[in-house]
Ligand binder design. Structure first.
Ligand code: GNR
Ligand code: NI
Length: 173
């Protein structure tokens, strides 16, 4: 396992549509494990492969808190096969937009089809925090950040703040 550097916006990989996984092989499983370690270390509740510079359709999620048993979920090629009509407003953050938060509107619940670590097709019904998190991670696979769901005014405000807060700091990856 390895902790990978997390890319911060603006970075072209974060804006790129990720490629589907052909087969969930040892290389993909290694990527999933490294992503989990990176996510727990951050700490975060989800991570998408483009955030660690890998343009593949792989995400990991664990919304449990520190006092609970971990419940890691690894997905390759996740697809939303159903989304509720009902929408919900919730505050989001992103490891690629450090220290920036905003309320985003999304479907309240989704059903996701994906390949698990063994390459088996599975489905997950997700709502509440899990629903938000899987939608947020799947957005990353299409080059979308949560700020892309905001008005350009709010988006530019956040991107400006981010640039300003980073300008005094040494460059990371
Ligand atoms: O750690 C994270 N928390 C979070 C909170 C609200 C909505 C989405 C998220 S995902 C984020 C980690 C991340 O950037 N994943 O891509
Ligand atoms: Ni994110």
């Amino acid at each position: 396992m390895a902790i990978l550097p997390i890319l911060v916006a603006p970075n072209p990989v974060l804006k790129t549509k990720a490629k589907p996984v052909d087969t969930v092989d040892d290389e993909i499983r290694q990527l999933m494990n490294d992503m989990l370690e990176t996510m727990y270390n951050a700490p975060g509740i989800g991570l998408a492969a483009p955030q660690v510079g890998v343009s593949k359709r792989v995400i990991v999620v664990d919304i449990t808190t520190e006092d609970e048993e971990p419940n890691p979920l690894c997905m390759a090629n996740p697809e939303i096969i159903w989304a509720s009509e009902e929408e919900e407003l919730r505050e989001e953050g992103c490891l690629s937009l450090p220290e920036q938060f905003a309320e985003v509107v999304r479907p309240k619940a989704v059903r996701v089809r994906y390949l698990d670590k063994e390459g088996e097709i599975r489905e997950l019904d997700a709502d509440e925090l899990m629903g938000i998190c899987v939608q947020h991670e799947m957005d990353h696979l299409d080059g979308t950040l949560f700020v892309d769901h905001l008005s350009s005014l709010k988006r530019n405000m956040i991107l400006r703040k981010l640039r300003k807060s980073r300008s005094g700091k040494p460059a990371t990856v």
